[in-house]
Design a protein around this ligand. Structure first.
Ligand SMILES: [Zn+2]
Ligand SMILES: [Zn+2]
Length: 175
């Protein structure tokens, strides 16, 4: 969804409310893929500030789904986004102020809502998503989900006293 802002940049005091819709069904970030389960339309309020600036305010809430970082079971969680920034139109390829970073979601006077939400989402996503704080993960030998079952693999806490025997055992196997 694109929102055209040219009038807001030129008319100080002009106020415009848009119902913004996020149109992507998934967002890739780092090595993770986040499926968008729910994205309600949300209000974005723009106010012309004069001097080719306008303010943008709004709140959005998304429900996302991604595999648990430890056990790979899908985890559904919600993410609250808060928008409160000043926008300046970028001059389509023309020289920009060096200290002014180009916003990826603003192209000339067009605001790309999908880009805007993605941008904000990536900043607010947790570093890793767990199905629960104490998720036991999966056994790295047999692949059993250890939240559901215990397996018979020896994955107990590493006991340094045993390491000597483990090494001997490994050497015997290699021969
Ligand atoms: Zn988990
Ligand atoms: Zn196992």
């Amino acid at each position: 969804m694109l929102i055209h802002l040219s009038e807001l940049f030129t008319r100080e005091g002009k106020r415009e409310v848009y119902i913004a819709r996020f149109g992507l069904s998934s967002v890739a970030f780092g090595s993770g893929l986040y499926e968008v389960v729910q994205a309600e339309p949300f209000e974005l309020v723009f106010t012309g500030l004069g001097g080719r600036k306008c303010s943008m305010k709004g709140d959005s809430s998304l429900v996302l789904r991604t595999p648990c970082a430890r056990c790979l079971e899908p985890v559904t969680f919600s993410c609250e986004l808060h928008f409160d920034q000043e926008l300046t139109p970028d001059q389509d390829g023309a020289a920009q102020d060096a200290d002014q970073e180009k916003e990826p979601y603003l192209n000339g006077c067009e605001l790309d809502v999908d880009q805007l939400v993605c941008n904000e989402l990536i900043l607010s996503l947790p570093m890793r998503v767990l199905c629960r704080e104490d998720c036991k993960g999966i056994c790295n030998r047999c692949g059993t989900n250890l939240n559901l079952r215990t397996c018979t693999c020896d994955t107990g806490p590493f006991d340094p006293r045993m390491s000597v025997f483990q090494e001997i055992f490994n050497e015997m196997k290699e021969v």
